[in-house]
Write a protein of this length. Structure first.
Ligand code: FE2
Ligand code: FE2
Length: 196
């Protein structure tokens, strides 16, 4: 089921996560109800936390082996920590307050900047210096770890996605796909202990 030969590469997985979170940010507009904006913010917070952990545990160590002096890798974890502090405040903020929108915009600005550095420097470097089988092997590791991280929150992630993307026709397709993915991850995670 998780054969490294069939796994997407780690770099494609990272790109997919980036696209998903940016798509979610783009749904956050003031014409949405506070309930929908809260669900979107929760979707963003959970997705970023899981993504940051996966990069720190699997992708960044592999990049450091190639070139630990790279300035982008050196600032990556501090930037994740800055996002984590915005996430912590965002979770405690009422979506009816102006501060909620300010925090989402602050987080989006940080994420766009961080993602630009990762995609144009780290992913490019990884694909230049690692062969496809290594990139797929890291992709497999990332999938296994993602299942463990998603499992405890799978129901919540699916529910937030459905509320957050309600009323959005184009994004709903991606949103529903994500919800289905989360449920699948949850189901698969029950068997994760048997996956080696
Ligand atoms: Fe990152
Ligand atoms: Fe990333």
């Amino acid at each position: 089921m998780l054969s490294a030969k069939l796994s997407p590469t780690v770099t494609d997985m990272i790109r997919f996560d980036h696209s998903h979170v940016l798509l979610t940010f783009h749904q956050y507009t003031l014409d949405k109800s506070p309930k929908v904006r809260k669900a979107l913010a929760d979707t963003i917070c959970n997705a970023l936390e899981i993504h940051a952990t996966l990069e720190e545990e699997i992708f960044y160590p592999a990049i450091r082996l190639l070139n630990g002096e790279e300035p982008v890798i050196q600032k990556s974890v501090p930037e994740h920590d800055e996002m984590r502090s915005i996430i912590a405040e965002l979770r405690m903020t009422d979506p009816k307050e102006v501060r909620h929108q300010e925090l989402v915009m602050e987080l989006m600005r940080d994420v766009i900047h961080h993602v630009a550095d990762e995609e144009t420097v780290l992913l490019a470097e990884a694909e230049r210096m690692m062969d496809k089988s290594r990139l797929r092997e890291l992709g497999t590791q990332m999938t296994k770890r993602r299942m463990q991280l998603v499992a405890p929150k799978a129901g919540r992630i699916a529910a937030d996605t459905i509320v957050g993307f309600s009323g959005s026709t184009v994004a709903m397709v991606a949103g529903v796909a994500t919800a289905i993915c989360a449920v699948r991850h949850f189901t698969k995670a029950k068997h994760a202990a048997h996956v080696h």
